[in-house]
Design a protein around this ligand. Structure first.
Ligand SMILES: Cc1cc2nc3c(=O)[nH]c(=O)nc-3n(C[C@H](O)[C@H](O)[C@H](O)COP(=O)(O)O)c2cc1C
Length: 174
């Protein structure tokens, strides 16, 4: 069976980088499915991620229990990449809150022991918020791999796509 990555896309302006990341993963023979928060859909249209991934984008959990199919025990996916991860979603995951499609995937993946990588992206002032820093530490302690952002122009920016790709491939061991 093909290696599969689920990308959880949150409402950061960095979401516009995700189609390029998806294409790079697919060129490595990795299948990609995307799940988007409502805020993400205000920044980038699901059609773009559907075009890039070749798969229908999950924008809500339906009777098909998409989160269990992909991230449950023995789910289809090998890894959940939350990218970009907003301060909102980081705080929610760190506290077990699950009220968006992305946090439902995270909650399920945490419980099933799936590999999770998270890439924070936000203004530096948000990143420096002690509650966000604490939440990131909680996530690390619970086995989530954090790809540190680039601090530039007062922003905690998504790292280069190459760096994200490298970490994902390392974790997948492909
Ligand atoms: C244009 C735009 C850019 C945004 N960029 C970010 C960002 O980079 N990081 C962040 O944490 N929030 C950002 N926000 C705010 C989030 O979208 C907002 O906190 C939202 O509630 C996040 O929801 P989600 O975590 O479910 O995606 C941005 C909002 C807008 C409108």
């Amino acid at each position: 069976m093909k290696t599969k990555v689920v990308i959880g896309v949150c409402g950061s302006v960095a979401a516009i980088e995700i189609p390029r990341l998806i294409r790079r993963l697919r060129r490595k023979g990795i299948e990609v499915e995307c799940v988007m928060s409502e805020a993400a859909r205000k920044i980038i249209h699901p059609n773009v991620l559907e075009w890039a991934s070749g798969n229908r984008v999950i924008t809500e959990i339906t009777g098909k229990v998409e989160h269990v199919r992909l991230c449950g025990v023995d789910g289809e996916a090998n890894l959940l990449l939350i990218c970009p991860a907003t301060s909102n979603t980081i705080s929610k995951i760190a506290h077990g809150i699950d009220d968006t499609a992305v946090t439902t995937f995270a909650s399920t993946a945490m419980g099933s022991g799936m590999k999770i990588i998270l890439t924070p992206a936000m203004h530096f002032s948000m990143y420096r918020n002690p509650f966000i820093a604490e939440s990131i530490e909680r996530l690390k302690k619970n086995g989530i791999l954090i790809i540190e952002p680039r601090i530039e122009e007062n922003k905690a920016k998504l790292p280069d796509i190459d760096e994200i790709l490298k970490k994902v491939l390392e974790e997948l061991k492909v």
